[in-house]
Ligand binder design. Structure first.
Ligand code: PNS
Length: 173
């Protein structure tokens, strides 16, 4: 706890969860904004993303995030399996951070926020990513990349390099 005029102030530990398969410039924008607000930000990579088999394994997703966030001393990278609410309780975090790109994101996120608060009494704060990232998502990035499109504008250089290496490892052009 820090103090202001003798009043104890909470130090918030924020958790920014996601699949990060792969991390995009939109994710990095949200991380930078969260790091400027919260004393500690844990970027929490879900072990098994729902709905799909990941392009990158967990270690790769974590390593890319570590390299991309090394400039932020108050950002750490971790992973979790199972419910986010249980992970939040386990590490005694105070708040969840989610990024919003467009209004439809909020419609989905509202139910998640209510469920997480109901499960763990933790609130969710929403940070709007820069509007230039409003159409950037990991799934779209993968689709464009796998069809030979140029994704250099949408992901950090570290991520682009890892994607190119993965394509080479799979014997694709
Ligand atoms: O980057 P994504 O895939 O949009 O991230 C989704 C994520 C990981 C934040 C969400 O699927 C999640 O919280 N998964 C953990 C399981 C869980 O707690 N489900 C209930 C959510 S209310």
């Amino acid at each position: 706890m820090s103090t202001h005029n003798g009043v104890k102030l909470p130090q918030s530990h924020a958790v920014y969860p996601g699949s990060f398969d792969p991390p995009t410039n939109g994710h990095l924008d949200v991380i930078a904004r969260a790091a400027a607000i919260f004393p500690l930000v844990t970027v929490a990579v879900v072990v098994n993303p729902q709905k799909r088999s990941p392009f990158f394994v967990l270690d790769e997703r974590e390593e890319m995030l570590r390299r991309c966030t090394s400039a932020y001393p108050n950002v750490r990278v971790d992973h979790f399996r199972g419910l986010l609410a249980d992970y939040i309780n386990r590490i005694s975090a105070d708040v969840i951070v989610k990024g919003l790109r467009v209004v439809s994101d909020f419609e989905n996120e509202m139910a998640f926020a209510h469920m997480n608060r109901s499960l763990s009494n933790v609130d969710t704060t929403f940070l709007m990513s820069d509007s230039s990232y409003s159409f950037v998502s990991s799934s779209l990035i993968k689709e464009v990349f796998l069809q030979g499109g140029d994704i250099a504008k949408y992901v950090p250089a570290v991520v682009l390099e890892c994607m190119q290496q993965k394509r080479l490892a799979h014997g694709r052009k």
